[in-house]
Design a protein around this ligand. Structure first.
Ligand SMILES: N[C@@H](CCC(=O)N[C@@H](CS)C(=O)NCC(=O)O)C(=O)O
Length: 176
């Protein structure tokens, strides 16, 4: 059995799925959590991370040592190793579809979270909220949001901005 060292920050973001896969498969691993300041001021320069970012997974076995970057590649690698990646190509692709959806969602959320300019952050969050409601109401109806007046107020505020209102009035009809 190889030994595994998973290196990331003390966060869940890009690595928790990998940690959970180890736990689920009951495979021991070194859950190495690096302090973010220490990483950016010191460790990054001398790290063996192929793309200079984290997470990386170090795998050591009789055949030698491999260093894997890219969280999604690591997830898939572990899932395959632990027999958690479906039993056929058809099952694996469904697993990929679900995983990609959640990763896209997480990436979008991260863009908002890491936006440093507060006004831009608020605007971006509001625009994203507007768009979410605008798309989803066409599929399942506006009633879905009736218990969330604050969300609807954000939607209304954005749609009343002059430039947005003009754009919405002239934009081609689209289903999604
Ligand atoms: N595509 C990479 C992105 C990794 C990434 O953006 N890592 C961030 C933390 S979430 C990082 O290491 N930031 C510090 C740095 O780049 O030095 C992956 O999914 O593994």
């Amino acid at each position: 059995m190889p030994s595994y060292k998973l290196i990331y920050f003390p966060d869940r973001f890009r690595t928790e799925v990998c940690r959970l896969l180890f736990v689920l498969a009951e495979v021991e691993f070194d859950d190495h959590r690096v302090d973010y300041m220490e990483w950016s001021t010191k460790l990054k320069k001398c790290s063996n991370a192929p793309y200079g970012d984290l997470p990386i997974l170090e795998i050591e076995s009789e055949e030698g040592k491999i260093i894997l970057p890219q969280s999604r590649a690591i997830q898939r690698y572990l899932a395959k190793e632990f027999g958690l990646y479906g039993e056929s190509n058809d099952e694996s692709v469904i697993i990929d579809v679900v995983t990609e959806c959640w990763d896209e969602f997480l990436d979008a959320a991260a863009k908002i979270m890491f936006e440093e300019e507060q006004t831009k952050k608020a605007s971006l969050a509001d625009v994203a909220t507007f768009n979410y409601i605008d798309v989803v109401k066409d599929w399942v109806g506006e009633e879905l949001f009736s218990s969330y007046p604050k969300l609807l107020a954000i939607r209304d505020n954005i749609s009343k901005i002059e430039s947005i209102a003009a754009y919405l009035a002239g934009r081609p009809k689209c289903l999604y």
